[in-house]
Design a protein around this ligand. Structure first.
Ligand code: BT5
Length: 251
């Protein structure tokens, strides 16, 4: 079972994920940075990571006894942990499958899971989390100002970063334990309560393929189920898609 270590704080890094991927740290290491010069999103995208206002952290699972599917499920477990943390601060957030946390339809947090494999074995899983905490509306760059938000923008409240970090790590530890002890089914039940797009018309971009239909929910693996316009159920595997609400800009 993973047990988080006391966080290691850095002032400025390229990416907290990269530090854990490249370095030799023990299981449960938590890295937190005040800013990132090259914060990463998925598939080569960037995570805007200015200093002092937000949380950027990564957690290391070393030699985890997990399958590739369980590794993908960690996205959903982490999302539940983040949403529960926000809920305790009276911030109502929802989840956009697989890795976006939204407040009022705008992205407040993202998750990036990376791994190191040795043949079939997973040697490392690094879970990176970025949460916009005290950013103001005019501090977002143009490319994301219409799709991003922060806790402060949504609630008007300033949140102390260390306080949020402590709460977040407690919740994540709890939900990783539940995942390990009780399996994904327990997570699925919780996750579905926060899935904002259930029953909504969506467009899924999967490589060259575009699937239009209704988001039904997730299956027992955590894969997204879409009912397409012909009424056929399609399974979308984590990591392969961009999901957009029909007729809505951005998300
Ligand atoms: C993610 O990717 O959402 C994963 C973000 C993970 C960031 C953490 S911070 C700590 C750790 N170290 C790292 O280097 N990364 C992790 P994706 O789903 O690909 O979303 C990326 C997209 O979100 C970008 O292309 C922008 O459109 C948007 N975006 C970038 N910065 C943002 C921000 N600060 N807030 C909201 N949206 C942002």
């Amino acid at each position: 079972m993973i047990t988080f270590r006391d966080p290691i704080f850095y002032k400025e890094v390229n990416s907290t994920n990269t530090i854990l991927l490249n370095g030799d740290f023990s299981d449960g290491t938590v890295i937190v940075a005040e800013s990132q010069l090259a914060g990463k999103g998925r598939r080569g995208r960037k995570w805007h990571s200015p200093p002092g206002k937000n949380l950027y952290l990564s957690i290391l699972f070393k030699d985890p006894p997990m399958s590739a599917t369980q590794m993908l499920q960690l996205n959903l477990v982490t999302a539940v942990g983040i949403v529960k943390t926000l809920e305790e601060l009276s911030v109502p957030a929802s989840i956009k499958w697989p890795n976006d946390i939204l407040i009022n339809e705008k992205k407040v947090a993202g998750i990036l899971i990376e791994s190191e494999m040795e043949r079939e074995n997973i040697k490392k899983i690094v879970i990176g989390i970025g949460i916009n905490v005290n950013m103001k509306e005019n501090e977002f760059p143009n490319e994301i100002k219409d799709i991003a938000t922060s806790i402060q923008i949504a609630t008007g409240n300033y949140i102390e970063l260390r306080y949020l970090l402590k709460n977040l790590l407690q919740k994540l530890q709890l939900w990783y334990n539940i995942f390990e002890q009780e399996g994904f089914n327990q997570i699925k039940k919780e996750w579905e309560n926060y899935f904002s797009w259930k029953g909504k018309e969506v467009i899924v971009f999967q490589g060259e393929e575009i699937i239009e239909g209704k988001a039904v929910g997730i299956d027992s693996n955590g894969f997204l189920i879409i009912k397409d316009q012909q009424g056929v159920f399609k399974t979308i595997i984590v990591g392969d898609i961009t999901l957009r609400r029909k007729n809505a800009p951005g998300y």
